[in-house]
Design a binder for this molecule. Structure first.
Ligand code: CAA
Length: 282
């Protein structure tokens, strides 16, 4: 089976990035949002990002225009009927993801692969509401999707070798490097990243150093592109808290227990860049 047409569910931060890389790689892409307003916002984000790619010399104006023509926005999942793969990038809510998976299972052609971009939820549980468990896997991209070279594949105990092989060819065609992880909360990257981010909040909370010095220490001492508190603002404090809670729920290990300050900042609406304020102001 050769993938020609890609469906993406959700055109938020991750969904819009996934649409962009797929369209730039030559795939026809159908992207679905829940409302026209969110769809237009997501499509605007793709245009902005591709224009930045042109400015930075990563793609030509012609390539951008050709990619743009391959993207079709919709508010209806039934427009995914001719897709060879559907990648769900909706909000991190299991009930919503399961209802999307069940609906798509009835819409997609029998050969199609169904994937989730979840960073922490159980992919096997999503597969359980479909009749194509062998064709379900996690395809976890990283933010910003057009820039970050990694994809984590999440293989469940149901995913077939054939599905993994097709997914591998697809990931390579997007120019990404792939790693494979079992279906456990956090996979590889977040399993290691989340305790580190939580520890950064803990040392800030206990007054070990200023937020600027914590970030500078890691940036310059370890050559990371961003310090941990800047990265938390970039990923979203709510997203990080959600992943930490999911990991704590599964492992009951204090390493994944969210520090009180993180929970309170989320309750106060200080979510990072997306809300204009997190550890820093934007
Ligand atoms: N298409 C292609 N390339 C693009 C692009 C686009 N739309 N926009 C930017 N680029 C390229 C730029 O040309 C530049 O490339 P070179 O280095 O070859 O010049 C590179 O991307 C960086 O872009 P900028 O110069 O605009 O930005 P920057 O240097 O300030 O870097 C950053 C920004 C890439 C975000 C960097 O700070 C970084 O890597 N931060 C860490 C990001 C990270 O850790 N992400 C993972 C978060 S965890 C996650 O996502 C998973 C989860 O489940 C929570």
């Amino acid at each position: 089976m050769k993938i020609k047409k890609v469906g993406v569910i959700g055109c938020g931060l991750m969904g819009s990035g996934i649409v962009e890389v797929c369209a730039r790689a030559g795939y026809e892409v159908v992207v679905r949002e829940v409302s026209d307003e969110l769809l237009q916002k997501g499509l605007g984000r793709i245009q902005q990002s591709m224009s930045k790619g042109v400015q930075k010399g990563k793609i030509t104006q012609e390539e951008m225009e050709a990619a743009w023509k391959r993207i079709k926005g919709t508010t209806s999942l039934s427009d995914m009927a001719a897709c060879d793969i559907a990648i769900e990038a909706a909000i991190e809510n299991m009930a919503i993801k399961k209802s999307i998976f069940a609906e798509l299972d009835g819409i997609l052609p029998p050969h199609a692969i169904l994937a989730s971009n979840t960073s922490s939820l159980c992919v096997t549980e999503m597969a359980s509401v479909t009749r194509r468990g062998d064709k379900v896997l996690g395809i976890h991209f990283f933010n910003p999707v057009p820039v970050m070279p990694l994809i984590e594949f999440v293989r469940t105990i149901l995913t077939s070798d054939e599905t993994m092989a097709i997914a591998h060819e697809f990931g390579a065609s997007l120019g990404k490097t792939m790693v494979i992880a079992k279906d456990t909360p956090g996979f590889i990257v977040n399993r290691l990243l989340v305790p580190y981010l939580l520890d950064a909040v803990r040392i800030y909370e206990e007054g070990l150093a200023s937020k600027e010095d914590i970030d500078t220490a890691i940036k310059l001492g370890l050559n990371h592109p961003m310090g941990p508190l800047t990265l938390l603002d970039f990923v979203g404090l709510d997203t990080t808290l959600f992943i930490a809670d999911a990991m704590y729920e599964e492992y009951k290990d204090p390493r994944y227990a969210a520090p009180p300050l993180l929970r309170r900042m989320v309750l106060a609406g200080q979510l990072g860049r997306k809300s204009g304020k997190g550890f820093y102001n934007y």
